[in-house]
Design a protein around this ligand. Structure first.
Ligand code: IMP
Length: 472
C-alpha cells in the first residue's frame, strides 16, 4: 500500500520527522514534486541530517526515489549523497528518467527574476534554487530531463535549442549584461551558465555518474513493481498546501502541487493505487511562513536575528504578552529559521480555515500535529477559528490572495500547558500529555473532521506519540 504525507500549511510543518516515524514500516520513500527548495531535518541517533533533495527515508536505509514530478539539481543530489557517505551512510537513491533537471541558467534566472519582480512589488521570496524556471521550461516543452543527461547528442540538441533563448531573455527583455551579473551557482558564473559547451560538459558528467551508479529508473514502473512485490511505499510531499500552485495562495506559491492528487502524477503510480492508501496531513501546532503573502493569524514581524533574552522570554510566558513577544518566543523555541535560506520565519497562531481547506483538497485520512512542545509555557494558546470577511463569517479560505488578505481572524483561546519532560511523556503515550494540550488537539481534530494519528513533542523519533499508524 501507499501512505502519502502532505504539508497542511505553508511548508516546514515537520514532515521529515513524520516520514521518519511512519516510514519505519516503508520499504521505499518517494518524493513526487519539488526539488532542493525543501528543507528536511532528520535527527537520528544523535546525528542531524540536513537534506533538501534526497528523500528523508534514505537516512533510515529505505530506498529513496525522486519521482518524475520532481525537479532535480544534480549538483545538490551528489553533494548530499557525498555528505551522507561521509556521515557513514550508504543511501540507495533512484531518480526518475522523466524528472526535469534544474540547470545553472534556471538558478540565475530565478534570482534575476526575483530582482525584476521586487521592483513591481511582486516578489515571491523564492528559495532561489531555480524551481520556478525549471517547471516553466517543463510546461513550455523546452526542459531537460534526467533521461537526456544519459545521451550526449540529445543533451546537446536540447541545450542548443534552449540556451540561446534564455540568453536573449536576459539580454534583450530584461536588458541585463550577463558578464556584469555577480552571481555564481553550482560552479558556474552567470556567463558560464549560458555557455552551451560548459553546461554540456558538466551535465554530461552528471549523466555518466547517474548511469555508472545505476541511479536512473522509470519511477512509476519501479514503484508499481515494489507494490506488486508486497512492499510498502511512502509518498513524501514537500512544501505545503498553501504553497500549491493550484490550491495555494497564488502567486505566492511554489511551481508544483504538494497536495495529494499530484502524488499519483508525480510518482507515476495510478490514482487508484494512491487512493487505496492513506493520506496523512502534517500540521505544526502554530503557523510559520517563509516569503511573501497573507497570513491572517500572524503575530509580530519577522525581523531580527537569533536570540531571545530572559526578559523577552518571561514577557511571552507572562499574563499579558504582546504579539511581538509571542512571535519571538515561538520563533526561538521552535527554531523558526529557514533550513534552506536561514531567513527568520514569520510566525502566527494555528489557522483552522487553512486546515479545513487542506483537509478537503488532499482528502486527509489522518493528521499529525508537530511542535506541541514549543507552545508549552504560554498562558494562553489561540487558534484562528474562522474569518470575518465583509461582515460575514467564513470557515475556509477565499480563492484569491487579495480576499484572503482582507480576512480578519476570529480567535478561540485555550488554557496553555506547562513545560514537561517530553521524552518521558512520549514514552508513556497520548494520555500522558497535559490535559490542556489534549483539549487543544482534539478541538482541531473535530474541526477538520480528521482523526489524529500522531503528536510531535520534539525533533527525535522517540519524541513522537503515535495514536494510529497508517501502515498497520
Ligand atoms: P520556490 O519554491 O523556491 O519557487 O519558492 C516559492 C515560495 O515557496 C516561496 O515563498 C518560498 O519561500 C516557498 N517555499 C518553497 N519551498 C519551501 C519549503 O520547503 N518550506 C517553506 N516554504 C517554501
Amino acid at each position: 500500500m501507499t501512505v502519502t504525507i502532505v504539508g497542511a500549511q505553508l511548508g516546514d510543518e515537520g514532515k521529515g520527522g513524520i516520514v521518519d516515524v511512519f516510514g519505519e514500516s516503508a520499504d521505499v520513500v518517494a518524493r513526487y514534486q519539488g526539488g532542493d527548495n525543501a528543507g528536511h531535518t532528520v535527527v537520528h541517533g544523535g546525528e542531524t541530517y540536513k537534506l533538501s533533495l534526497v528523500p528523508s527515508g534514505a537516512v533510515r536505509g529505505k530506498v529513496g526515489v525522486l519521482g518524475n514530478g520532481c525537479v532535480v539539481n544534480p549538483a545538490t543530489l551528489f553533494d548530499e549523497l557525498d555528505d551522507l557517505h561521509e556521515q557513514g551512510l550508504d543511501p540507495d537513491v533512484r531518480v526518475a528518467e522523466r524528472a526535469h533537471v534544474i540547470m545553472p541558467y534556471h538558478r540565475i534566472l530565478d534570482n534575476l527574476e526575483e530582482d525584476v519582480r521586487s521592483d513591481d512589488d511582486l516578489k515571491v521570496g523564492t528559495t532561489g534554487r531555480g524551481i520556478g524556471p525549471t517547471y516553466e521550461d517543463k510546461a513550455g516543452r523546452r526542459g531537460v530531463r534526467v533521461g537526456d543527461l544519459l545521451d550526449a547528442e540529445v543533451l546537446r540538441d536540447r541545450l542548443e535549442y534552449v540556451i540561446p533563448q534564455k540568453r536573449r531573455l536576459i539580454e534583450e527583455v530584461y536588458e541585463i549584461d550577463l558578464d556584469a551579473v555577480d552571481l555564481a551557482f553550482d560552479g558556474f558564473t552567470a556567463a558560464e551558465a549560458f555557455d552551451t559547451d560548459a553546461v554540456l560538459e558538466q551535465y554530461r558528467a552528471y549523466g555518466e555518474r547517474l548511469d555508472e551508479e545505476g541511479m536512473t529508473v522509470v519511477a512509476g514502473e519501479f514503484l508499481a513493481d515494489s507494490i506488486d512485490d508486497g512492499e510498502q511505499v511512502m509518498l513524501e510531499g514537500a512544501q505545503g498546501t498553501l504553497l500549491d500552485i493550484d490550491h495555494g495562495n497564488f502567486p505566492y506559491v511554489t511551481s508544483s502541487n504538494p497536495t495529494a492528487g499530484y502524488a499519483a502524477t508525480g510518482s507515476g503510480l495510478g490514482v487508484t493505487t494512491v487512493g487505496d492508501g492513506e493520506v496523512v496531513g502534517v500540521v505544526k501546532g502554530y503557523l510559520s511562513r517563509v516569503g511573501t503573502g497573507p497570513m491572517p493569524t500572524e503575530l509580530g514581524p519577522s525581523e531580527g536575528g537569533h536570540g531571545v533574552d530572559a526578559g523577552e522570554q518571561s514577557a511571552a510566558t507572562g499574563s499579558d504578552p504582546t504579539p511581538e513577544d509571542l512571535a519571538s518566543y515561538i520563533r526561538e523555541e521552535g527554531g523558526e529559521y529557514g533550513t534552506v535560506t536561514g531567513r527568520p520565519r514569520r510566525v502566527g497562531w494555528l489557522d483552522l480555515p487553512m486546515l479545513r481547506h487542506a483537509a478537503r483538497a488532499s482528502g486527509f485520512t489522518g493528521f499529525a500535529v508537530n511542535h506541541v512542545d514549543v507552545l508549552a509555557g504560554l498562558e494562553t494558546v489561540k487558534v484562528g477559528d474562522s474569518y470575518e470577511l465583509d461582515g460575514e463569517k467564513i470557515e475556509t479560505i477565499p480563492s484569491t490572495t487579495e480576499r484572503w488578505a482582507d480576512c480578519e481572524p476570529t480567535f478561540r483561546s485555550f488554557d496553555g500547558w506547562p513545560e514537561a519532560d517530553w521524552s518521558a511523556v512520549a514514552a508513556e503515550g497520548y494520555e500522558a500529555l497535559p490535559e490542556n494540550a489534549r483539549t487543544y488537539l482534539e478541538y482541531v481534530a473535530e474541526q477538520i473532521d480528521t482523526p489524529l494519528y500522531a503528536v510531535g513533542l520534539g525533533p527525535e523519533r522517540e519524541q513522537t506519540v503515535v495514536l494510529e499508524h497508517p501502515f498497520e
